[in-house]
Ligand binder design. Sequence first.
Ligand SMILES: O=C(CO)[C@H](O)[C@H](O)COP(=O)(O)O
Length: 217
Amino acid sequence: MSQDNEKRLAAETAAFKYVGNGPRGRIIGVGTGSTVNFFIDELPQYRDYIKACVSSSEASSERLRKLGFDVMDLNAAGRLDLYVDGADECDANKCLIKGGGAALTREKIVAAASDKFVCIIDATKQVEVLGKFPLPIEVIPMARSLVAREITAMGGTPVWRDGVTTDNGNWIIDVHNWRIADPVGLEAKLNQITGIVCVGLFAARRADVVIVGNREI
Ligand SMILES: O=C(CO)[C@H](O)[C@H](O)COP(=O)(O)O
């Protein structure tokens, strides 16, 4: 099966099982990326089940609105019971690397505000040890060099994602050459660095459910 078909299948499976089998009139959290785009495109058939969505990016909000869904501010929505999003890498413990689409901060916020985080991926995203995919880190622009030096001292190779500004007006550093054997520890350590807004490691709050194609793990 092609990578796109596997993404579509994961999206269909999540929509059927976690939206279509859920209660009616819910507010659901929606992530960002090409896999999530397949998920969004599934949602019109479950319209009765969705009162509104909280989205992790301007791109997803626009796609949802085009399909006629209300997109709410998280502050007004309160706690969510479901968040569906993709990932760039996923290990056997459901720890993730996210942020390939530069939406990591809002994604982490919506994940933190949700009771169940359903991650939809294709098999290429499954890894034994996280880190082949460069770890995205959102930084305050004036702290870019400061953060890069700290990361170099920790053994990573930081590369500025030049030309990309996040939905929050910040910049992204991608850290190459890191074998992330301890995702929880590294996430906690990076969270201490001044100037970092958000780390694309989802380990302390990882996925609850991972769907690969039509397989749930
Ligand atoms: O974290 C993300 C965006 O910031 C995406 O979930 C991640 O990049 C996966 O994207 P795709 O579904 O296009 O492979």
